[in-house]
Ligand binder design. Structure first.
Ligand code: ATP
Ligand code: MG
Length: 397
Protein backbone atom coordinates (compact mmCIF):
# COMPACT_ATOMS: atom_id res chain seq x y z
CA UNK A 1 0.00 0.00 0.00
CA UNK A 2 1.46 3.38 -1.04
CA UNK A 3 2.04 6.08 1.53
CA UNK A 4 -0.77 8.22 0.10
CA UNK A 5 -3.19 5.44 1.01
CA UNK A 6 -1.55 4.75 4.40
CA UNK A 7 -2.11 8.38 5.30
CA UNK A 8 -5.76 8.26 4.33
CA UNK A 9 -6.52 5.00 6.13
CA UNK A 10 -7.75 6.66 9.34
CA UNK A 11 -10.42 8.39 7.23
CA UNK A 12 -11.75 5.10 5.85
CA UNK A 13 -11.64 3.55 9.31
CA UNK A 14 -13.65 6.39 10.82
CA UNK A 15 -16.37 6.03 8.21
CA UNK A 16 -16.51 2.28 8.70
CA UNK A 17 -16.65 2.68 12.47
CA UNK A 18 -19.71 4.86 12.01
CA UNK A 19 -21.34 1.89 10.26
CA UNK A 20 -20.82 2.81 6.59
CA UNK A 21 -18.69 1.46 3.78
CA UNK A 22 -15.70 3.39 2.41
CA UNK A 23 -13.23 2.61 -0.38
CA UNK A 24 -10.45 4.06 -2.42
CA UNK A 25 -11.73 4.35 -6.00
CA UNK A 26 -10.97 5.88 -9.40
CA UNK A 27 -7.72 6.63 -11.15
CA UNK A 28 -5.50 6.33 -8.08
CA UNK A 29 -6.41 2.64 -7.68
CA UNK A 30 -5.52 2.02 -11.32
CA UNK A 31 -2.22 3.84 -10.88
CA UNK A 32 -1.39 2.00 -7.66
CA UNK A 33 -1.98 -1.34 -9.36
CA UNK A 34 0.22 -0.19 -12.26
CA UNK A 35 2.92 0.92 -9.84
CA UNK A 36 2.65 4.46 -11.12
CA UNK A 37 2.70 7.64 -9.05
CA UNK A 38 -0.77 8.78 -7.98
CA UNK A 39 -2.05 12.35 -7.99
CA UNK A 40 -5.38 12.44 -6.23
CA UNK A 41 -6.86 9.97 -3.77
CA UNK A 42 -10.61 9.59 -4.28
CA UNK A 43 -12.74 8.00 -1.60
CA UNK A 44 -16.25 6.63 -2.20
CA UNK A 45 -18.70 5.83 0.56
CA UNK A 46 -22.16 4.48 1.25
CA UNK A 47 -22.66 7.34 3.72
CA UNK A 48 -24.72 10.27 2.47
CA UNK A 49 -23.11 13.73 2.55
CA UNK A 50 -25.02 14.71 5.70
CA UNK A 51 -23.73 11.59 7.41
CA UNK A 52 -20.14 12.34 6.39
CA UNK A 53 -20.54 15.80 7.86
CA UNK A 54 -21.63 14.28 11.14
CA UNK A 55 -18.57 12.03 11.27
CA UNK A 56 -15.99 14.73 10.51
CA UNK A 57 -16.04 18.06 12.35
CA UNK A 58 -14.35 20.02 9.54
CA UNK A 59 -15.76 19.71 6.02
CA UNK A 60 -16.31 21.89 2.96
CA UNK A 61 -19.13 21.39 0.48
CA UNK A 62 -17.11 21.31 -2.71
CA UNK A 63 -19.66 19.51 -4.85
CA UNK A 64 -22.46 18.56 -2.57
CA UNK A 65 -25.01 18.23 -5.39
CA UNK A 66 -22.79 15.47 -6.81
CA UNK A 67 -22.28 13.99 -3.37
CA UNK A 68 -18.74 15.25 -2.84
CA UNK A 69 -17.60 16.63 0.49
CA UNK A 70 -14.06 17.76 1.24
CA UNK A 71 -12.96 16.46 4.63
CA UNK A 72 -10.22 18.28 6.52
CA UNK A 73 -8.45 16.01 8.96
CA UNK A 74 -5.02 15.82 10.54
CA UNK A 75 -4.28 13.11 7.99
CA UNK A 76 -4.89 15.60 5.16
CA UNK A 77 -7.70 16.80 2.90
CA UNK A 78 -9.77 14.23 1.05
CA UNK A 79 -12.69 14.36 -1.33
CA UNK A 80 -15.29 11.87 -0.22
CA UNK A 81 -18.08 11.08 -2.65
CA UNK A 82 -21.26 9.22 -1.88
CA UNK A 83 -22.00 6.17 -4.04
CA UNK A 84 -24.19 7.38 -6.86
CA UNK A 85 -25.79 6.43 -10.11
CA UNK A 86 -26.18 8.68 -13.10
CA UNK A 87 -29.23 7.10 -14.62
CA UNK A 88 -31.09 10.04 -16.09
CA UNK A 89 -28.99 10.98 -19.11
CA UNK A 90 -30.03 13.51 -21.67
CA UNK A 91 -28.23 14.97 -24.66
CA UNK A 92 -25.26 12.58 -24.51
CA UNK A 93 -23.83 14.59 -21.68
CA UNK A 94 -23.15 13.78 -18.09
CA UNK A 95 -26.36 14.40 -16.16
CA UNK A 96 -26.45 17.35 -13.81
CA UNK A 97 -28.64 15.32 -11.53
CA UNK A 98 -27.32 12.28 -9.68
CA UNK A 99 -28.94 9.83 -7.33
CA UNK A 100 -27.23 8.67 -4.16
CA UNK A 101 -27.28 4.94 -3.53
CA UNK A 102 -26.03 2.59 -0.83
CA UNK A 103 -24.51 0.00 -3.15
CA UNK A 104 -20.87 0.02 -4.22
CA UNK A 105 -21.73 -2.04 -7.26
CA UNK A 106 -24.10 0.65 -8.55
CA UNK A 107 -21.35 3.22 -8.15
CA UNK A 108 -18.71 1.16 -9.93
CA UNK A 109 -21.12 0.38 -12.77
CA UNK A 110 -21.37 4.03 -13.81
CA UNK A 111 -17.58 4.34 -14.24
CA UNK A 112 -16.09 4.50 -17.72
CA UNK A 113 -13.52 1.71 -18.14
CA UNK A 114 -12.96 -1.51 -16.24
CA UNK A 115 -9.51 -0.38 -15.16
CA UNK A 116 -11.10 2.71 -13.59
CA UNK A 117 -13.79 0.73 -11.81
CA UNK A 118 -11.91 -0.88 -8.92
CA UNK A 119 -12.41 -0.22 -5.27
CA UNK A 120 -9.89 -0.96 -2.52
CA UNK A 121 -10.99 -1.54 1.04
CA UNK A 122 -9.23 -0.33 4.13
CA UNK A 123 -7.82 -3.86 4.65
CA UNK A 124 -6.28 -3.87 1.16
CA UNK A 125 -8.92 -6.07 -0.42
CA UNK A 126 -9.46 -5.22 -4.11
CA UNK A 127 -13.03 -5.23 -5.34
CA UNK A 128 -13.00 -6.05 -9.04
CA UNK A 129 -16.54 -6.54 -10.27
CA UNK A 130 -15.81 -6.11 -13.99
CA UNK A 131 -12.64 -8.15 -14.47
CA UNK A 132 -10.57 -4.98 -14.55
CA UNK A 133 -7.54 -6.81 -13.16
CA UNK A 134 -7.43 -9.02 -16.20
CA UNK A 135 -7.74 -6.01 -18.51
CA UNK A 136 -5.04 -4.22 -16.56
CA UNK A 137 -2.81 -7.23 -16.97
CA UNK A 138 -3.52 -7.49 -20.70
CA UNK A 139 -3.27 -3.72 -21.24
CA UNK A 140 -6.84 -3.43 -22.47
CA UNK A 141 -9.25 -0.50 -22.22
CA UNK A 142 -12.76 -1.91 -22.05
CA UNK A 143 -15.93 0.03 -21.37
CA UNK A 144 -17.85 -1.08 -18.30
CA UNK A 145 -20.97 -2.73 -19.71
CA UNK A 146 -22.28 -2.05 -23.21
CA UNK A 147 -19.92 0.45 -24.89
CA UNK A 148 -22.63 1.93 -27.13
CA UNK A 149 -24.83 2.69 -24.17
CA UNK A 150 -21.95 4.09 -22.19
CA UNK A 151 -20.86 6.46 -24.98
CA UNK A 152 -24.44 7.52 -25.55
CA UNK A 153 -24.72 8.36 -21.87
CA UNK A 154 -21.60 10.47 -21.94
CA UNK A 155 -19.71 10.91 -25.20
CA UNK A 156 -16.69 12.38 -23.41
CA UNK A 157 -15.80 8.81 -22.42
CA UNK A 158 -14.58 8.29 -26.00
CA UNK A 159 -12.00 11.05 -25.58
CA UNK A 160 -11.12 9.64 -22.18
CA UNK A 161 -10.52 6.25 -23.78
CA UNK A 162 -8.16 7.80 -26.32
CA UNK A 163 -6.47 9.75 -23.56
CA UNK A 164 -5.76 6.52 -21.68
CA UNK A 165 -4.33 4.96 -24.87
CA UNK A 166 -1.87 7.84 -25.00
CA UNK A 167 -1.12 7.82 -21.26
CA UNK A 168 -0.89 4.08 -20.66
CA UNK A 169 -0.14 2.64 -24.10
CA UNK A 170 -3.08 0.25 -23.70
CA UNK A 171 -5.28 -0.90 -26.57
CA UNK A 172 -8.97 -0.19 -26.80
CA UNK A 173 -10.78 -3.50 -26.79
CA UNK A 174 -12.38 -4.26 -30.18
CA UNK A 175 -16.02 -3.66 -29.34
CA UNK A 176 -15.17 -0.58 -27.32
CA UNK A 177 -13.13 0.82 -30.21
CA UNK A 178 -15.82 -0.06 -32.75
CA UNK A 179 -18.37 1.79 -30.63
CA UNK A 180 -16.13 4.86 -30.57
CA UNK A 181 -15.65 4.78 -34.33
CA UNK A 182 -19.35 4.45 -34.85
CA UNK A 183 -20.39 7.17 -32.41
CA UNK A 184 -17.59 9.69 -32.73
CA UNK A 185 -20.03 12.35 -33.91
CA UNK A 186 -21.65 12.36 -30.47
CA UNK A 187 -18.65 14.39 -29.35
CA UNK A 188 -20.23 17.49 -30.84
CA UNK A 189 -22.60 17.47 -27.85
CA UNK A 190 -19.74 17.76 -25.40
CA UNK A 191 -18.47 21.08 -24.10
CA UNK A 192 -15.06 22.17 -25.36
CA UNK A 193 -13.88 22.64 -21.78
CA UNK A 194 -14.35 18.94 -21.00
CA UNK A 195 -12.73 17.83 -24.27
CA UNK A 196 -9.83 20.19 -23.60
CA UNK A 197 -9.00 18.56 -20.25
CA UNK A 198 -8.79 15.12 -21.85
CA UNK A 199 -7.00 16.35 -24.97
CA UNK A 200 -4.20 18.03 -23.04
CA UNK A 201 -3.60 14.84 -21.02
CA UNK A 202 -3.69 13.02 -24.35
CA UNK A 203 -0.98 15.22 -25.89
CA UNK A 204 1.27 14.82 -22.85
CA UNK A 205 0.95 11.04 -22.77
CA UNK A 206 3.98 8.73 -22.82
CA UNK A 207 2.44 6.87 -25.77
CA UNK A 208 1.42 9.87 -27.85
CA UNK A 209 2.13 8.13 -31.13
CA UNK A 210 -0.20 5.27 -30.35
CA UNK A 211 -2.79 7.73 -29.06
CA UNK A 212 -2.65 9.87 -32.20
CA UNK A 213 -3.04 6.84 -34.43
CA UNK A 214 -6.13 5.79 -32.46
CA UNK A 215 -7.47 9.36 -32.48
CA UNK A 216 -7.24 9.46 -36.27
CA UNK A 217 -8.60 5.97 -36.80
CA UNK A 218 -11.56 6.65 -34.50
CA UNK A 219 -12.28 9.92 -36.35
CA UNK A 220 -12.88 11.61 -33.01
CA UNK A 221 -10.56 14.42 -34.12
CA UNK A 222 -13.25 15.57 -36.56
CA UNK A 223 -15.16 16.94 -33.58
CA UNK A 224 -12.24 18.61 -31.86
CA UNK A 225 -12.00 22.39 -32.41
CA UNK A 226 -9.90 23.25 -35.45
CA UNK A 227 -8.95 19.64 -36.19
CA UNK A 228 -11.69 18.66 -38.64
CA UNK A 229 -10.15 17.42 -41.86
CA UNK A 230 -6.69 17.32 -40.31
CA UNK A 231 -6.24 13.53 -40.21
CA UNK A 232 -3.14 13.54 -42.41
CA UNK A 233 -1.48 16.24 -40.39
CA UNK A 234 -2.23 14.45 -37.15
CA UNK A 235 -0.58 11.35 -38.56
CA UNK A 236 2.44 13.47 -39.45
CA UNK A 237 2.41 14.63 -35.84
CA UNK A 238 2.44 10.99 -34.72
CA UNK A 239 5.67 10.51 -36.68
CA UNK A 240 7.65 13.05 -34.68
CA UNK A 241 10.38 11.44 -32.55
CA UNK A 242 8.82 9.52 -29.68
CA UNK A 243 9.75 11.81 -26.88
CA UNK A 244 7.42 12.85 -24.09
CA UNK A 245 6.22 16.43 -24.27
CA UNK A 246 6.90 18.13 -20.98
CA UNK A 247 4.30 20.81 -20.68
CA UNK A 248 1.04 22.00 -22.10
CA UNK A 249 2.29 25.05 -23.98
CA UNK A 250 4.92 22.96 -25.76
CA UNK A 251 2.27 20.42 -26.72
CA UNK A 252 0.16 23.10 -28.37
CA UNK A 253 3.20 24.56 -30.15
CA UNK A 254 4.13 21.19 -31.64
CA UNK A 255 0.55 20.49 -32.66
CA UNK A 256 0.13 23.92 -34.22
CA UNK A 257 3.40 23.52 -36.10
CA UNK A 258 2.33 20.11 -37.42
CA UNK A 259 -0.98 21.57 -38.51
CA UNK A 260 1.06 24.04 -40.58
CA UNK A 261 -0.77 26.96 -39.07
CA UNK A 262 0.38 30.54 -39.39
CA UNK A 263 1.16 32.73 -36.44
CA UNK A 264 -2.01 34.76 -36.88
CA UNK A 265 -4.16 31.64 -36.66
CA UNK A 266 -2.83 30.62 -33.25
CA UNK A 267 -5.03 32.87 -31.19
CA UNK A 268 -8.36 31.97 -32.83
CA UNK A 269 -7.40 28.28 -32.75
CA UNK A 270 -6.59 28.30 -29.04
CA UNK A 271 -9.60 30.50 -28.31
CA UNK A 272 -11.77 27.85 -29.93
CA UNK A 273 -10.22 25.41 -27.46
CA UNK A 274 -11.09 27.86 -24.65
CA UNK A 275 -7.48 28.20 -23.61
CA UNK A 276 -6.56 31.01 -21.21
CA UNK A 277 -5.02 34.22 -22.51
CA UNK A 278 -1.89 33.48 -20.54
CA UNK A 279 -1.45 30.10 -22.22
CA UNK A 280 -2.12 31.65 -25.63
CA UNK A 281 0.57 34.25 -25.03
CA UNK A 282 3.11 31.58 -24.13
CA UNK A 283 2.23 29.41 -27.13
CA UNK A 284 2.55 32.40 -29.47
CA UNK A 285 5.92 33.36 -28.00
CA UNK A 286 7.34 29.84 -28.10
CA UNK A 287 6.01 29.20 -31.60
CA UNK A 288 7.63 32.39 -32.85
CA UNK A 289 10.93 31.54 -31.16
CA UNK A 290 10.86 27.99 -32.48
CA UNK A 291 10.50 29.03 -36.12
CA UNK A 292 13.63 31.17 -35.83
CA UNK A 293 15.59 28.67 -33.74
CA UNK A 294 14.94 25.86 -36.21
CA UNK A 295 16.90 27.88 -38.78
CA UNK A 296 19.74 29.25 -36.66
CA UNK A 297 21.13 29.68 -33.17
CA UNK A 298 19.48 32.24 -30.94
CA UNK A 299 20.61 35.76 -31.80
CA UNK A 300 21.15 38.23 -28.99
CA UNK A 301 18.00 40.04 -30.08
CA UNK A 302 15.84 36.94 -30.07
CA UNK A 303 17.09 35.75 -26.68
CA UNK A 304 16.38 39.16 -25.24
CA UNK A 305 12.97 39.36 -26.86
CA UNK A 306 11.90 35.88 -25.76
CA UNK A 307 13.25 35.95 -22.25
CA UNK A 308 14.80 32.98 -20.51
CA UNK A 309 11.67 30.91 -19.90
CA UNK A 310 10.38 30.99 -23.46
CA UNK A 311 13.89 30.41 -24.83
CA UNK A 312 14.23 27.26 -22.72
CA UNK A 313 10.79 26.06 -23.83
CA UNK A 314 11.89 26.58 -27.45
CA UNK A 315 15.23 24.84 -27.00
CA UNK A 316 13.59 21.82 -25.37
CA UNK A 317 11.56 21.32 -28.54
CA UNK A 318 14.56 20.96 -30.86
CA UNK A 319 14.88 17.17 -30.46
CA UNK A 320 11.39 16.84 -31.97
CA UNK A 321 12.97 18.22 -35.15
CA UNK A 322 16.07 16.06 -35.05
CA UNK A 323 18.16 18.90 -33.63
CA UNK A 324 20.19 18.86 -30.44
CA UNK A 325 19.07 20.98 -27.51
CA UNK A 326 21.72 22.68 -25.40
CA UNK A 327 19.86 24.11 -22.44
CA UNK A 328 23.01 25.02 -20.54
CA UNK A 329 24.22 27.13 -23.46
CA UNK A 330 20.89 28.94 -23.73
CA UNK A 331 20.97 29.71 -20.03
CA UNK A 332 24.59 30.86 -20.15
CA UNK A 333 24.00 33.01 -23.26
CA UNK A 334 20.93 34.54 -21.68
CA UNK A 335 22.76 35.43 -18.48
CA UNK A 336 25.58 36.97 -20.53
CA UNK A 337 23.23 39.50 -22.11
CA UNK A 338 24.20 43.05 -21.20
CA UNK A 339 20.64 43.78 -20.05
CA UNK A 340 17.54 41.62 -19.60
CA UNK A 341 14.85 44.27 -19.83
CA UNK A 342 14.42 47.99 -20.33
CA UNK A 343 14.47 48.33 -16.56
CA UNK A 344 18.15 47.36 -16.58
CA UNK A 345 19.04 50.33 -18.79
CA UNK A 346 21.10 52.92 -16.85
CA UNK A 347 18.76 55.71 -18.00
CA UNK A 348 14.99 55.85 -18.01
CA UNK A 349 12.39 58.08 -19.62
CA UNK A 350 12.58 60.65 -16.85
CA UNK A 351 16.32 60.95 -17.17
CA UNK A 352 15.99 61.66 -20.88
CA UNK A 353 13.16 64.18 -20.44
CA UNK A 354 15.16 66.03 -17.81
CA UNK A 355 18.35 65.93 -19.83
CA UNK A 356 16.75 67.30 -22.99
CA UNK A 357 14.15 69.39 -21.12
CA UNK A 358 11.52 67.96 -23.43
CA UNK A 359 7.99 66.73 -22.92
CA UNK A 360 7.22 63.04 -23.54
CA UNK A 361 6.47 62.06 -27.12
CA UNK A 362 7.39 59.57 -29.81
CA UNK A 363 11.02 60.79 -29.59
CA UNK A 364 11.27 59.26 -26.12
CA UNK A 365 10.32 55.76 -27.16
CA UNK A 366 12.67 56.02 -30.15
CA UNK A 367 15.55 57.05 -27.93
CA UNK A 368 14.93 54.29 -25.43
CA UNK A 369 14.73 51.65 -28.16
CA UNK A 370 17.90 52.98 -29.71
CA UNK A 371 19.81 52.95 -26.42
CA UNK A 372 18.43 49.53 -25.50
CA UNK A 373 19.72 48.05 -28.74
CA UNK A 374 23.07 49.81 -28.44
CA UNK A 375 23.62 48.38 -24.96
CA UNK A 376 22.37 44.93 -25.93
CA UNK A 377 24.87 44.81 -28.79
CA UNK A 378 27.58 46.30 -26.59
CA UNK A 379 28.15 49.34 -28.79
CA UNK A 380 28.11 51.37 -25.63
CA UNK A 381 28.51 50.51 -21.97
CA UNK A 382 25.48 50.72 -19.76
CA UNK A 383 26.29 53.86 -17.78
CA UNK A 384 24.23 57.00 -17.47
CA UNK A 385 26.98 59.22 -18.77
CA UNK A 386 27.66 57.22 -21.92
CA UNK A 387 24.01 56.72 -22.68
CA UNK A 388 23.13 60.39 -22.35
CA UNK A 389 26.07 61.22 -24.56
CA UNK A 390 24.91 58.75 -27.20
CA UNK A 391 21.35 60.06 -26.95
CA UNK A 392 22.60 63.58 -27.53
CA UNK A 393 24.53 62.50 -30.61
CA UNK A 394 21.43 60.88 -32.00
CA UNK A 395 19.29 63.90 -31.21
CA UNK A 396 21.69 66.16 -33.09
CA UNK A 397 21.76 63.98 -36.19
P1 ATP B 1 -6.38 11.02 -13.67
O1 ATP B 1 -5.29 10.14 -13.20
O2 ATP B 1 -5.98 11.79 -14.88
O3 ATP B 1 -7.02 11.84 -12.62
P2 ATP B 1 -8.79 9.48 -13.50
O4 ATP B 1 -9.16 8.16 -14.05
O5 ATP B 1 -8.65 9.60 -12.02
O6 ATP B 1 -7.48 9.97 -14.22
P3 ATP B 1 -10.75 11.51 -13.17
O7 ATP B 1 -11.33 12.45 -14.17
O8 ATP B 1 -10.00 12.04 -12.01
O9 ATP B 1 -9.85 10.51 -14.00
O10 ATP B 1 -11.97 10.60 -12.68
C1 ATP B 1 -11.91 9.77 -11.54
C2 ATP B 1 -12.73 8.51 -11.78
O11 ATP B 1 -14.10 8.85 -12.01
C3 ATP B 1 -12.32 7.71 -13.01
O12 ATP B 1 -11.25 6.82 -12.73
C4 ATP B 1 -13.60 6.98 -13.35
O13 ATP B 1 -13.81 5.88 -12.49
C5 ATP B 1 -14.65 8.02 -13.02
N1 ATP B 1 -15.00 8.89 -14.16
C6 ATP B 1 -14.47 10.08 -14.47
N2 ATP B 1 -15.05 10.61 -15.56
C7 ATP B 1 -15.96 9.74 -15.95
C8 ATP B 1 -16.92 9.70 -17.03
N3 ATP B 1 -17.02 10.70 -17.91
N4 ATP B 1 -17.73 8.61 -17.11
C9 ATP B 1 -17.64 7.61 -16.23
N5 ATP B 1 -16.78 7.59 -15.21
C10 ATP B 1 -15.95 8.63 -15.06
MG1 MG C 1 -8.24 11.38 -10.91
Amino acid sequence: IPTEYQQALPILKKIEKAGHEAYFVGGSVRDVLLNQPIHDVDIATSAFPAEIKQIFPKTIDVGIEHGTVLVLEKAGQYEITTFRTESAYQDFRRPDHVEFVRSLKEDLKRRDFTINAFAIRENGEIIDLFAGLKDLDQHVLRAVGDPHERFFEDALRMMRGLRFVSQLGFDLENETFAAIKENHQLLKKISVERINVEFVKFLLGDYRKKGLQALVKSQCFEYCPGLAGMGERLLAFSKLPEKVIKNESQAWVLLIDQLAMEEKDIRPFLKSWKCSNELIKTVQGVFYGLQARKKANFSVDLLYELGENYAILVEELLPFYGLTADLAKVQADYHMLAIHSLKDLAVNGNDLMNYFAKKPGSWLKEQLTYLESAVLHRHVSNTKEELLHLAKEKMEK
